[in-house]
Design a protein around this ligand. Structure first.
Ligand code: GLN
Length: 249
């Protein structure tokens, strides 16, 4: 049976606003199509994972304190993680994890949490800790051959700079910084984003895009996924578009 393997990094430390839902949605949508989905997790003190043996590596959000706790551990794997990324393993990184994959995160007190430096962007906390980018957010993103509206929820004090290839254009909400035009970071096999939500439950099209990418990479064949019943998801999406983009109640 064809299988996709997912590695969930630091599930006990990085899991805000239902980030674990992303794992559940991936597993569900993979299994509904008749494939096997294996989910392993790694956290501090666990044996070193073989990063390259996975198809998807996921990490969620966490407050500054949590980021500080795990940064030292994560950095031990800098080279392996970079190799996995270069080999085409798909990375989905939310908020705190998004920040940690950049050069550094500078906290409110000016303390520096070193990043993995897999990517060139960097993040600095807004000096006023009471002012954060909080709320629903809608962006327009291009993946595959189409433009899609992506819905999520953001809550970050960190302002991310140095992004040349964003995840999407902000239609509603803040994005990488207060009032930014763009949100997140994207490469062929990477989405790093401030969007909690969980991201994948609100955006089934994105989930299927990631699954297709991974199946194609692993089995070297074009995959057509059977459609699933996304009626409820689509109703929910429509409601949010109406509320935030078209100003209807
Ligand atoms: N500590 C980060 C910030 O506030 C990340 C928060 C999060 O993961 N939601 O910017």
């Amino acid at each position: 049976m064809k299988e996709l393997k997912i590695l969930y990094l630091y599930p006990d430390i990085l899991d805000l606003y239902g980030d674990i839902g992303n794992i559940k949605i991936l597993k569900y949508r993979i299994e509904q199509r008749g494939y096997k989905a294996t989910v392993d997790s790694y956290s501090i003190n666990d044996p070193k994972p073989n990063f390259r043996s996975y198809d998807i590596i996921f990490a969620g959000g966490g407050a500054d304190n949590e980021q500080q706790i795990l940064a030292e551990d994560l950095i031990k794997y800098k080279d392996e993680i970079k190799q996995a990324k270069d080999a085409g393993v798909y990375f989905l990184l939310i908020c705190g994890a998004y920040q940690l994959f950049g050069k550094y995160y500078k906290g409110v007190e000016g303390n520096i949490i070193p990043g993995l430096e897999v990517f060139d962007y960097y993040t600095e906390a807004n000096p006023d800790r009471n002012q954060r980018c909080i709320g629903n957010i809608i962006i327009e993103s291009s993946f595959g051959n189409s433009k899609t509206k992506i819905i999520g929820f953001e809550n970050h004090g960190g302002q991310t700079y140095g992004i040349e290839t964003p995840f999407g254009k902000v239609l509603y909400g803040n994005g990488n910084k207060f009032g930014d035009e763009f949100e997140g970071f994207m490469e062929e096999n990477v989405i790093a984003t401030y969007l909690h939500g969980p991201l994948l439950s609100k955006n089934p099209e994105l989930t299927d895009y990631i699954i297709r990418y991974c199946l194609k990479r692993k089995y070297n064949e074009e995959v057509i996924l059977d459609p699933l019943n996304d009626e409820l998801e689509n109703k929910c999406r429509l409601q949010l578009f109406e509320r935030f983009l078209y100003n209807k109640k």
